[in-house]
Design a protein around this ligand. Structure first.
Ligand code: BMA
Length: 893
């Protein structure tokens, strides 16, 4: 099938969510290998046999217990605490299977566990065949000679991860490896840094403690006479000397009997093919082949910068004995550089990504695990989240180091959507032990993950850990000055001498950073732990400030690259109502406190909101709760917008030596459960107000307005590489009490920088108000956008408040009414709003009907406005009408 047809088919399917689009990976690995899948129903028992049930593999204990009715939904109310016993117990998975004698008679048999969570001892027919201690690794155990025809009994004895971590930490007597336990507000378990498991599974500041146990990936038996392919990689490389592309293919073999054969590689669409001799000797071996391309290729570009061309590459291995192995894989051509070089007029170094030779501003967010129970993560949900990211004009996501290396489909979809991935290794917010066995298991983990992921063009950078350089540098764990060198030595040992070393050996096609945040090459100069890894003159930064007024953009560090920043909000009532009861629906309920895992989080949200808005005061408690959720989302959207626009407009500026910001990844895209967090998409896929706003503040051409020393300034920010737009800023002042603009202004026509930010409008605010006549800071709002000289709109509508809406004069209850009408296009509905006064932060919520609006949380400056709701399942105008809630700021007090 050629790419164009395939791409269209997939795109079409993905436009209708809930349909999977299979991306071809390995066809059927063969070379005469017989594969018996052991996935499916197993038996599961706890340590004293008091609980016994059947369980699905892949899966985990919690999911099995819930599916069989032993427990209720673990996410319901306080069940995370009620079900703590599950993770403190040990569990045994058992299955039995038969092996036909013609298979059993073959030379070598291997049991492959793609993923065990986490610490286990595995036996076959009563004989221990191996142990596991790392959920991020695949394990292969040889079982030749142990198989019977009938009734082979396979048992996986899984130890409590909590108890294992505690034992490991107590055995580490020479010095402590902090932190011991998470803060009490997280209600989590201790010593997660001692186990190679999703670090957030012991609790995080946005997630519950569910230290899962299970067989979370597939299990199979592979039996063969000659050899088998363990894995393979496909790596397009650009040959700068000859200005041409080639593709390096690596095949990893497990060879039982020496053999010879041929390897054919081909990319039909590029009319490129080649044949190579293959000679295999017993043992494990890597064979590399290079396919030279003799014609030019179409490049893969990040979303918003060009197409994402993907080509089928086929691999055929033919051994002399007649055994064959065939696979095909999509490959793409792009180069990536992380540029850290001096900037005139600024101390420090730049920090930006150059893709295919062009500087690219990374716009996106941070990705956390989609579910506490990884077996419940569906392709549909990953698709919804990634499509949501792309719809919000994101071109990048950071797979954060406290979760999991995502599943293959995640990266394949990112390849297709043009979403660049900043891939952390799974270490976060902690120091780590460096005992031999720990380092050994990490080395294997890193090797396997790099080999699994490096063929994806979407992955543009590896990063060693989340915040661990900062943890040492800024002393999170009260380490004495005398002890510090010891911890720095361990840090360098783990991330530099081991992880970095392996990555550099395995992958020469993309950059490696040791940590995030880091000063990059400057950190390296300072011995890998910089004095201040948050230095805005170097590398990336993480920045959080909850109590300071987020409208004050001067408080944000003008960083080279903002890889984390954000504000919390609560998810919608329809999301929360699935795990709560009416008595929980109060901001001061036990439930509200229980779900909040960030110290003072609920307080911080209200305090920040109160700076600019009157807090909800309905006498109906449920209405007040709904409105409070709304106000937290308004606050979050407004704060992240102001901060992101500040970073985007800083891309060309150097102010007091700081600037040239080239990336914004706000914290965080998605949620792991129904609770308050920094996310812009709720658990289940519903968009918060922030996500709707991201669509605008990440628009390819943005008009960003702000106030500086009494002046109103508007910048035009463009992601374009060459197109120099001529624009004018159109500015209108609107009074809160009438629909007619009080006055309108236009800037001169300006040519804006391609790939830069340009000041297009500057005006003293007091002069503007005087000139305008009937306007004060409190009675009017400024709306603006960019248009072409001919009047065509080229940036989304934007606005800026001249004073806090809490002091707005003339803002009245808008009395919004609505009608819903089918558009005639599948699952798309017009929602037409009518209001009697201008309204701000107009929010439409259809409760449990999945889907999203084209715009939401908007400023309504006309009597009538129509938006479109696209549902993700069949629905009707009547159902939408019955479920639609409309709220604007003036409605909540
Ligand atoms: C950063 C992240 C996460 C955390 C977030 C919000 O430090 O790396 O660890 O969830 O801030 O506190």
């Amino acid at each position: 099938m050629n790419y164009v047809v395939w791409s269209f088919a997939c795109f079409y399917l993905l436009e209708v969510p809930f349909l999977d689009c299979a991306l071809a990976e390995v066809k059927s690995p063969s070379l005469g290998v017989d594969i018996i899948s052991l996935d499916g129903k197993w038996q599961l028992m706890n340590s004293n046999s008091s609980v016994s049930l059947s369980a699905e593999v892949p899966g985990c204990v919690h999911t099995a217990l819930q599916r069989q009715g032993f427990i209720l939904d673990p996410y319901y109310r306080f069940n995370d605490l009620a079900y703590r016993w599950i993770s403190l117990d040990n569990w045994i998975y058992t299955t039995s299977f038969s092996v036909p004698s013609h298979v059993r008679g073959k030379g070598k048999a291997v049991l492959v566990f793609e993923g065990v969570d986490t610490v286990s001892t595995i036996s076959l027919n009563g004989v221990t065949i191996g142990k596991t201690d790392n959920m991020f690794r695949r394990y292969d155990f040889e079982v030749t000679g142990l198989l019977k025809d009938e009734e082979n009994v396979l048992q996986v004895w899984i130890m409590s991860a909590v108890i294992y971590a505690s034992q490991k930490s107590h055995a580490h007597t020479e010095y402590r490896v902090p932190p011991d336990c998470p803060p009490p507000v997280q209600k989590g378990e201790c010593h997660v840094n001692f186990i190679r498991k999703a670090q957030s599974s012991f609790s995080w500041d946005w997630g519950p403690s569910f230290p899962t146990l299970g067989i979370w990936k597939g299990v199979r038996l592979e039996v063969f006479n000659t050899s088998r392919v363990l894995s393979y990689t496909t790596n397009p490389k650009y040959d700068f000397e000859h200005s041409s592309w080639n593709v390096e293919v690596e095949l990893f073999f497990d060879v039982f009997v020496a053999s010879k054969g041929l390897v054919h590689l081909s990319i039909p669409l590029l009319q490129s093919k080649a044949e190579f001799q293959l000679s295999l000797t017993p043992g494990q071996s890597k064979k590399s082949f290079v396919l030279q391309l003799n014609q030019s290729v179409s490049l893969w570009w990040p979303f918003g910068h060009g197409e994402q061309f993907l080509y089928y590459l086929t691999i055929d291995v033919n051994l002399e004995g007649g055994e064959t192995f065939n696979a095909d894989r999509l490959v793409a051509f792009r180069t990536v550089e992380l540029v850290q070089e001096p900037i005139p007029t600024s101390p420090g170094l730049s920090f930006y990504f150059r893709i295919n030779g062009k500087p690219i501003f990374l716009k996106g967010s941070n990705w956390i695990p989609v579910h506490a129970f990884q077996d419940q993560v569906t392709t549909d949900m990953i698709t919804i989240l990634l499509r949501s990211a792309q719809k919000a004009n994101m071109n990048a996501l950071r797979v954060w180091g406290g979760g999991v290396y995502e599943q293959d489909i995640f990266y394949s979809l990112c390849d297709m959507y043009g979403i660049m991935i900043w891939q952390d290794f799974m270490f976060a917010c902690a120091l780590y032990p460096t005992e031999k066995d720990f380092i050994q298991t990490v080395r294997e983990e890193v090797t396997q993950q790099v080999r699994r992921l490096k063929s994806h063009p979407s992955v543009v950078i590896w990063s060693g850990n989340n915040e661990n350089e900062a943890a040492i540098a800024t002393d999170w764990f009260n380490i004495s000055v005398a002890a510090r060198p010891l911890y720095v030595k361990d840090y360098v040992n783990l991330y530099v001498e081991n992880i970095r070393d392996i990555v550099l050996q395995e992958d020469s096609t993309r950059p490696f950073l040791v940590s995030s945040p880091t000063n990059g090459v400057e950190s390296e100069k300072e011995g890998w732990v910089a004095e201040d890894p948050y230095d805005p003159h170097y590398g990336d930064t993480h920045f959080y400030s909850y109590y300071k007024d987020c409208w004050d953009w001067t408080a944000f560090p003008r960083t080279r690259f903002a890889s984390e920043y954000g504000f919390q909000s609560w998810p919608s009532l329809s999301t929360l109502s699935k795990v709560s009861v009416t008595s929980d629906w109060d901001f001061s309920s036990n439930f509200s406190a229980h779900r909040q895992h960030h110290e003072d989080g609920n307080q911080q949200m209200l305090k920040q909101a109160e700076l600019h808005y009157i807090l909800p005061n309905s006498t109906d408690p449920v209405q007040r709760y709904r409105d409070t959720i709304y106000i937290t989302q308004v606050m979050q959207a407004q704060c992240v917008k102001i901060q992101t626009e500040f970073y985007r407009r800083s891309r060309s500026d150097i102010v007091k030596g700081k600037g040239h910001t080239m990336g914004t990844l706000y914290w965080q895209l998605n949620d792991i459960w129904q609770g308050p967090s920094w996310s812009s998409v709720e658990f289940g896929g519903k968009w918060k107000m922030l996500h709707y706003w991201a669509t605008d503040f990440y628009a390819p051409i943005l008009s960003a307005g702000f106030e500086d020393k009494g002046d109103l300034l508007i910048y035009a920010v463009s992601d374009s590489h060459s197109e120099k737009h001529t624009v004018k800023a159109k500015v209108k002042l609107h009074s809160w009490s009438s629909f007619n603009a009080v006055c309108s202004l236009e800037s001169n026509v300006t040519t804006i920088k391609a790939g830069g930010s340009t000041l297009v409008f500057q005006h003293s605010i007091s002069a503007l108000l005087t000139q305008c006549g009937n306007c004060t800071r409190r009675s009017c709002i400024v709306a603006f956008h960019l248009s072409s000289p001919e009047g065509q709109m080229i940036s989304p509508h934007n606005h800026i408040f001249l004073s806090s809406p809490r002091y707005a004069e003339g803002l009245q209850k808008p009395n919004i009414t609505f009608t819903v009408k089918d558009t005639g296009i599948v699952q798309n509905f017009f929602v037409t709003l009518h209001c009697s006064f201008p309204a701000v932060y107009v929010w439409l919520d259809v409760d449990n009907i999945p889907g999203h609006f084209d715009v939401n949380g908007f400023l309504m400056l006309s009597k009538k406005s129509t938006v479109i709701f696209g549902a993700w399942r069949p629905t009707t105008a009547e159902e939408i009408t019955a479920n639609l809630h409309i709220t604007s700021l003036r409605d909540v007090y």
